[in-house]
Write a protein that binds this ligand. Sequence first.
Ligand code: HEC
Length: 165
Amino acid sequence: MPLALVLLAACGKNMVQQARYDSYEPAGLFGNGMAMQRAPEGTLSREDAARMASEQRPAMNRALVERGRERFAIFCVPCHGRDGSGDGIVPARGFPRPPDFHEKRLVEAADGHFYAVMTQGYGVMYSFADRVPPRDRWAIAAYIRALQATGQKPGSEEESVHAAP
Ligand code: HEC
């Protein structure tokens, strides 16, 4: 087998066993004399960086609010109702009734509060972190703001399958 011979001939030991430090070994190269060094202040792992980038708040525009409207209808309307007043079909069947988004406290709450409630859950309301990605959470928060600003009951739109009877 000539090919295998050629490959074996290239396997010198010094390519496999090169000089290196093990994690807890002393090392004269660094000031503290140790091979392991603390990451510089403010260092982020690649995972941290990716998460922070994805959680960054997207720019507010009409498309974002539209996306939020659509996601809100899917994930939130069953409990919070189409107008956010808290009279969805689920509380009508006995689940605790959510607060009205038009309440003063929630009108005055920061956008980040809505994002945090979706991310972490709130009281008896479970988290949506595994179903609604960060960008969509911001989109939904933007739509809730629009709902609060208009204060209108969107009855003129086509009825959603989630609408309370
Ligand atoms: C299964 C029903 C249900 C669904 C679905 C649901 N919620 Fe809730 N939500 C609740 C209930 C119940 C509360 C009140 C929880 C409590 O006070 O213990 C609540 C509370 C809230 C609050 C108020 C927090 C506060 O400061 O009082 C916000 C904001 C909220 N939900 C947003 C959302 C959004 C956005 C969605 C969709 C992604 C959603 N909810 C989906 C049931 C639901």
